[in-house]
Design a protein around this ligand. Structure first.
Ligand SMILES: CC(C)(COP(=O)(O)OP(=O)(O)OC[C@H]1O[C@@H](n2cnc3c(N)ncnc32)[C@H](O)[C@@H]1OP(=O)(O)O)[C@@H](O)C(=O)NCCC(=O)NCCS
Length: 139
C-alpha cells in the first residue's frame, strides 16, 4: 500500500501526537498541545503535511514562516515505514508550499545527538550550520 501525502488537518491531531511520542528525536512541549497546533496551522495554512497509509498516519512534518524565513518542526516517520522516501516527500511538499509564498530559505532545529536525523537532512541536500547556536528565553 503506497502512502499518500495530505495537508495536516487538525482532525488527525491525536494520531499525529501519538506518532511524535513514539518517535525518538522529537522533543515535545506545551507548544505541541492541540490548542497550540490549531493556532500554528491557522497561521501557516496548507504548509504542514502528513503521510497516510490506509487510514493510518505514518509521517508528519510541520512547516511555517515568520514572513522572512521558513521553519520546519517535528519531522517523524513511523519506524515500520522508514527508508522508503516518505520523509523526503514530506520535506518536498513543505518546501513547495513555503516557496509559493516567496520564502527563500528554511531552517530546522535538531538535537545535536540525533545522528540519523542529521544524516537524513544532509542526504536531502541541507547544509549543517556549525557557525550558529540557538539562544532561547521562556517569556
Ligand atoms: C529521520 C526520519 C524522519 C527519516 O525518515 P525516512 O522516511 O526514513 O527518510 P527517507 O526514506 O526519506 O530517507 C531519505 C534519505 O535520508 C538518508 N537517511 C534516512 N534515514 C537515515 C538513517 N537512519 N541513517 C542514515 N541515513 C538516513 C538516506 O540517505 C535516505 O536515502 P536512502 O534510503 O536511499 O539511503 C526518520 O528516521 C524518523 O522519523 N526518525 C525519528 C524522528 C527524527 O529524528 N526526526 C528528525 C527530527 S528533525
Amino acid at each position: 500500500m503506497n502512502p499518500t501525502i495530505y495537508p495536516f488537518d487538525i482532525a488527525v491531531y491525536e494520531e499525529v501526537f501519538a506518532l511524535w511520542k513514539r518517535c525518538e528525536g522529537v522533543g515535545l512541549s506545551d507548544a505541541d498541545s492541540k490548542e497550540s497546533i490549531v493556532t500554528y496551522l491557522k497561521r501557516n495554512p496548507g504548509m504542514s503535511f502528513v503521510a497516510i497509509a490506509g487510514e493510518r498516519i505514518i509521517g508528519v512534518l510541520l512547516a511555517g514562516h515568520d514572513g522572512r524565513r521558513g521553519y520546519m518542526h517535528h519531522l517523524a516517520v513511523d519506524a515500520d515505514w522508514r527508508r522508503q522516501g516518505i520523509a523526503r516527500l514530506l520535506v518536498g511538499n513543505c518546501l513547495r508550499a513555503l516557496k509559493a509564498t516567496g520564502i527563500q530559505k528554511t531552517h530546522i532545529f535538531i538535537f545535536a545527538d540525533n545522528e540519523s536525523g542529521i544524516a537524513f537532512w544532509k542526504s536531502v541536500g541541507w547544509t549543517f550550520r556549525t557557525d550558529l547556536r540557538i539562544i532561547s528565553k521562556t517569556i
